[in-house]
Design a protein around this ligand. Sequence first.
Ligand code: ZN
Length: 57
Amino acid sequence: MPKRTKRPYITLECNECESKNYYIQKTKGKSVEIDDLKPSKFCKKCKSHTKHKAGLK
Ligand SMILES: [Zn+2]
């Protein structure tokens, strides 16, 4: 059985409709720095690629 560990999640939230579309789990030894990238991701609600902002959960 895998141990349940508390790891921070990064959420990517659509700037247009503010729905959280992506949940990225931080993996050990890998630093995720999405904050500066302002990634363009597909949003189901907007049905198009929109800018997403990253937030820690
Ligand atoms: Zn959207």
